[in-house]
Design a protein around this ligand. Sequence first.
Ligand SMILES: Nc1ncnc2c1ncn2[C@@H]1O[C@H](COP(=O)(O)OP(=O)(O)OP(=O)(O)O)[C@@H](O)[C@H]1O
Ligand SMILES: [Mg+2]
Length: 484
Amino acid sequence: MEYRQRPAMGNSLRFKVFFSFMLLTVVLLAILNTYPVSRMRNQLILAREVEMRSDFGAFSAALESASAFDYETAATALSILDVGREQRVLVTDASGRVIYDNLKTSDLIGKTALFSEIIEALSGKDVFRCTYNIEAFNYRTACAVIRDNTVVGAVYAYQYDSGSADLLRETREEILQISIAVTAVTLLFIVTFIISLRRRFDRVLAGVYQVQEGNYDYRIDLHSSDELGIIAGEFDKMSDQLAKNESIRRQFVSDASHELKTPLASIKLLCDSILQAREMRVEDVREFLGDIREEIDRLTRITEGLLYISRMENGAPMDGICDLTHTLVRSTDMLQGNAAQMEVEITYHDLPEMAYVSGNPDMIYQVVFNLMENAVKYNRRGGKVQVALEVRDDQTLLHVADTGIGIREEELERIFDRFYRVDKMRSRETRGTGLGLSIVGQCMEAIGGHIEVTSTYGEGTCFTAYFNNAPEEEPFEEEEGGNS
Ligand SMILES: Nc1ncnc2c1ncn2[C@@H]1O[C@H](COP(=O)(O)OP(=O)(O)OP(=O)(O)O)[C@@H](O)[C@H]1O
Ligand SMILES: [Mg+2]
């Protein structure tokens, strides 16, 4: 896939994962190849030291307590104590001259053996030394022989141990082989992991690019439950929402253009009729102008409704406190003219003196006015509108019931859609734009309430709006405004 922006090599996620894995592997293998081997070597030396010190301590003690200090005594003590079979054992006198050597073919007897260990032993110290190379361990130990509080000689033992060195080397080689196998498997795993990560990552990125280009129908469909799968899933949900919003936006633009086009076409037609008529009576011209004015009024109502919706979508203030009783009375006053025209009677039930609810007063006015206006508008001549307030613990319910034309079951869920009108002809007569209930729905959502509707076709409709009661202690500040 073609990347629009490539991360720098050192910054790339793949590099970081690879580097971290490899670093971890190298450190682990380095520890595995040094620590156990060095610990094993130290253990071997320690065990040997304990053994040699104890053996030759006992040997020197036997020499100290023996009647004589000569070749025979040393040979007898060595054989009785059963020590020094794998070692070269020397016994010297106080001047470092060898008086005993367990090597049968020795030519050292009678000669001075001034090894550093013997010199140190003659000065009264117990010495143990070990040198190690890949071939063998070289152990050396020496201790003084003290008779009558005088150092009369020294015991020196030397051992060349290639068996333990072989064991150590084999162990090291085995660990190395295991390490190589582990590194190979780890490398294979990392490379596979990085390739799969890259593929999955590319799919997510492809989704991002597609959505950036406006293709909201593209879905990543990663089907995995790891973090990348969750991101992809959430991204697909976001694309769903964007696709939905885009389709609503397109529909809205198309509906709005259509709604604006119809009155404009009528105005053009009416103007053309006036302009094309050779002669026209003043009364006819006035009638045409009256029609034009009505269409202009309609355009004004549509644009006012659209502006109100746009203001809400752009975050108009939703907070505040409003007295529902007062708003109801105000709306009724505004609608008295229409009601009288339709011979509709507006009556109240259970209206408390005050009913404070939460929400921007202008939005609440829009809700009350639109519901009552519809109840009057879609009523029959001589019908009734019954308004009631039901105050509950947390909520106040506004019921607006009418004895009007009613709404069919299948239409009920659409009446809150923008520009939706059940009967376009009647709506046109009543100058409806189809925006009223959509504004009501949006206002209720904004102030945290909701609205329900029940209707019997041909008999009447009842809208119930649920408002949240205002907190009691807050002071009431009325800031009503707006008009439908
Ligand atoms: N009380 C009601 N009785 C019967 N039908 C109703 C009632 N209220 C709304 N309607 C139907 O729902 C449709 C949508 O109502 P809405 O208030 O959104 O638009 P409108 O009244 O046509 O126009 P506007 O309110 O913008 O002037 C109306 O056209 C009408 O068909
Ligand atoms: Mg309306």
